[in-house]
Structures are given as C-alpha cells and as structure tokens.
Design a protein around this ligand. Sequence first.
Ligand SMILES: Cc1cc2nc3c(=O)[nH]c(=O)nc-3n(C[C@H](O)[C@H](O)[C@H](O)COP(=O)(O)O)c2cc1C
Length: 335
Amino acid sequence: MTLPTALSLGSLVISPPVILAPMAGVTTLVMRRVCERAGAGASFTEMVSSAAAFRSVPSALALFERGLPDKPYAVQIVGADPHEMGYTAHLAAERGAEWIDINMGCPAKDIIRSGSGAAMMRDPGRAAAVVRSVRASAPGRIPVTVKIRAGWDDASLNAPDFARRMVDAGACGVTVHGRTRAQVFTGRSNPEHIARVVQAVSVPVIANGDVDSAQAAVELVERTGAAGVMIGRASWGNPWLFSACRAAFLGEPPPPPPDAAARFAAMRAYFDEVLAAQPDRPHDLKVTEIQKNLAWISSSLPGGRVFRNRIFRTSTADALRTLIDELERTTEQPA
Ligand SMILES: Cc1cc2nc3c(=O)[nH]c(=O)nc-3n(C[C@H](O)[C@H](O)[C@H](O)COP(=O)(O)O)c2cc1C
C-alpha cells in the first residue's frame, strides 16, 4: 500500500497526515508548536467547553490559540447543546479557526454527566443535531469533523453506524479511537473498529490509539485504510516521534533518535518558550507545564528519576534552570 503523504478535508491540506491529538491539560500552545515544528501536520487546541465559551468564561476563551502560522488552526469543542455548540463554532471561526472538531469520545465523568463527549455515542440524534448546528454556524470552507470511540462498551460497538449519521449531518471527517468508553484508557485500541468505520463512510478517517512509533503509525494506516493518524500520549516529551513519522510518510530517510544533547536543548527551548508565550497566563500554570515537560523529556536520561523528584519540589523558574544545568553536568561526566 502507498502511504498517504497528505490528508485533505475540503480545501484544507494536512501534510504529513500525522496529527497531535487534543489532550486537555497537555496540548498547550507551546506543546502544540513544539510538535508541529518537529513534523506534526496539525495539532488541536485543548477542548473548549461550549457551555463555558457561551458564558464568556475567560479560561475557556483563552484556549483559542493558533499553533504555528503555517499549520492549520484546528480547534476542538465539546458540549451537548446544539445552540451553544453552534455559538462556539461561530466564535472559533471569528477567531480564525480553519478546522473545527467535535469531541464525542471523552470518557471523563463530568463530561459524560453533561451528555457530551463519549455520551454522544449513546444519543446519535442529539449528536447529529450538534453537528448540524456546528456545520450551519461555521463558514462552509471550514471543515467540521467528529472524534469518536469504538462505541460505549463491547455491547454497543456502534462506531460505523454512528459515523455514517454524523457524516449525513455534515461532518467531513472522522477520527476514531479504537477503544470503547468503558475501556477508558485500559486494554488496547483495536484497529478493527477503525477499519470498520473506514469501510462505512466515504470521508477521510483518522486512526487513533496506542501509536508510539513511526512504524506503529504506518502499520495502523496500512491495517485500517485510514487517511491519517492521530497521536496522543506517546507525544509526551517526545516531539521527535513526529519527525520520525513525518519522514516515514513523506518517504524520507529516518532521522537519528534524539541523544542527550538534543534532549537538553529541547528542555531549555521548552522552558524559554513557555515563559515567553501568553503573557497573561498565570505564572504557576507555566511552571507546572515546564515541570511536566522537563519530567517527560528527561525520562530516558541517566539520573532522570532523581531529577524528576527534585523538579516537582521546585517552583521557581531560576531554580528549575539550575536543576537542568546540574543534570547536564552529571550526564556528561557519569560518576
Ligand atoms: C490527558 C489526556 C487528555 C485528553 N483530552 C482529550 C480532549 O480534550 N479531547 C479529546 O478528543 N480527546 C482527549 N484525549 C484522548 C486523546 O485525544 C486520544 O484519543 C487518546 O489518548 C488515545 O490516543 P493515544 O493512545 O495516542 O494516547 C485525552 C487523553 C489524555 C491522555
């Protein structure tokens, strides 16, 4: 099978067809830019709650941020009220969004309780009304897609039928995570569930679940016939995964894996970028983001475990910088 080099949604072209998954609390503006720079074809904002956006809650509106200027500005929204979702899609479009995705897969209890996220898969009528409202509220050139799971549980694996109904309502693409809501993140994502959706709809399908290497990304596309892949957890502290995927999909030689020097450079760049970006963002959120990412990027370095314990007990930017310098010295001259 020839691998796709790009994914087209209407007039939007995403190349390579390898996308950073939306992850609340993780895919901050800097994380998205870092992964896009490394080679991701696109990335999403963290999900924007339509209930909060409708009420102009500042923390929700602050999530509307574009990643790199040469990548699609993709926004994910979540909610169960068609009117609020339409309003939020309109708001996103006003702010320049070029792609709107609707979250129909989140398993979190508070999201489910409000009837949104994966709960949508148990109420296809409402889900279709949400898609219709979002489609009608965003200019026609903006693709509207849905992100779903295999189904609610093993007794209701309705992804193919559900996807068809969302396409009929106006979705021009579907991302499928091959787990059920009941699985949350346990067990394995099943590519067969994704392949069944590919067979059921005529729009591009993006395969998602457990991709942790370029080879796994290629195999998932080959096995399912999907038009692209989406990567979540394996991207944590690993933007190089996108460089490797990019090379694989565009037929270029694989880049070398990151050595210690590349990891330290990435830690410092991350650090500086988080501090410089979004001047209005609270400083403590920035420190938390830096701590998390330093921990992930250092995970394979000798001394990484002690380093991680220390960074979470350190709350100033200067002290964190000193810890990076210390780890680098000990990495260069192992005792
Ligand atoms: C911390 C975390 C936050 C997530 N937040 C979202 C979200 O906001 N919207 C969404 O559609 N999926 C969300 N997901 C699911 C991911 O987008 C993705 O579907 C899932 O992690 C499976 O892909 P993976 O195996 O590559 O991680 C989240 C997952 C994690 C681990």
